[in-house]
Design a protein around this ligand. Structure first.
Ligand SMILES: Nc1ncnc2c1ncn2[C@@H]1O[C@H](COP(=O)(O)OP(=O)(O)OP(=O)(O)O)[C@@H](O)[C@H]1O
Length: 234
């Protein structure tokens, strides 16, 4: 398999007043094309910081981040904006849909800026929202809103799908069906997915599990045989 992502000795320090906070203290890992990766760790461990640097929403203090053969840590602001727009699909815990656009318009609005975007309506069908495409976010359940958010990220046809606690606001069964959707998308499209969570129970669904503790890598595990979400209970 070909390497898609590489973090080389990445650090991140935030400064609040005079006190520096070292969110990442030299993080190294690689992610291969098509992998489903779960980043695990306790609150404050540095998971979101890794995801935000990878998605070009934040920048490393030192170290190198390579994505698809390009060193994004050398990108100018402008290039980073373009990288975010074209290469990254982001799924957040709280969906972040535009309230006065319906499901279809939310997906179209995000996809249109991308050169190789997919058809918005077809993508909404793929995530199981055939009968809801003209509904506004306020008319959709949390699980349905998250499906719209996933369709919005997928329709961009990005290099990478990044998910930060995508089931954090959902009940058990709805969360499970969203994870199944992500697993199916990864299997069917071979698109690389990186998912951040503190839920250790979902580790068996990943190809690779990166455990983060106090801003450092605690362990990296490869699942030779990963499990389907339906077979996992927590
Ligand atoms: N913008 C910021 N300014 C200052 N400190 C920050 C900022 N973002 C993160 N931090 C700090 O960096 C550390 C790592 O935060 P991060 O959000 O990456 O953790 P996390 O593992 O994602 O936690 P959680 O599961 O609670 O979201 C924490 O100590 C946090 O307070």
């Amino acid at each position: 398999m070909k390497t898609l992502i590489e973090f080389k000795n990445v650090t991140k320090a935030y400064k609040i007043g005079e006190v520096p906070i070292n969110a990442l203290n030299g993080v190294d890992f690689t992610i291969e094309e098509g992998e489903f990766v779960v980043i695990l760790g306790a609150s404050g461990a540095g998971k979101s910081t890794i995801l935000n640097i990878l998605g070009g929403m934040d920048t490393a203090s030192t170290g190198e981040v390579w994505v698809g053969g390009q060193e994004i840590t050398r990108f100018s602001e402008r290039k980073l904006t373009q990288y975010r727009a074209e290469n990254i699909g982001f799924v957040f815990q709280f969906y972040n849909l535009i309230p006065n656009l319906n499901a279809l318009e939310n997906v179209e609005f995000a996809a249109e800026v991308c050169r190789n975007h997919l058809n918005a309506e077809e993508t909404l069908l793929k995530v199981g929202l055939k009968d809801r495409i003209r509904n506004f976010p306020s008319q959709l359940s949390g699980g349905e809103q998250q499906r719209v958010a996933i369709a919005r990220a997928v329709a961009k046809n990005p290099l990478l799908l990044l998910c930060d606690e995508p089931t954090g606001a959902l009940d058990y069964n709805t969360g499970k069906s969203v994870l199944k959707l992500l697993q199916d998308l990864n299997r069917d499209t071979r698109k690389c997915i990186v998912l951040v969570t503190h839920n250790t129970a979902i580790a068996p669904m990943a190809d690779k599990i990166i455990k983060v503790k106090s801003g450092a890598i605690e362990s990296i595990t490869i699942n030779e045989t990963k499990e389907s979400v339906e077979g996992i209970e927590w």
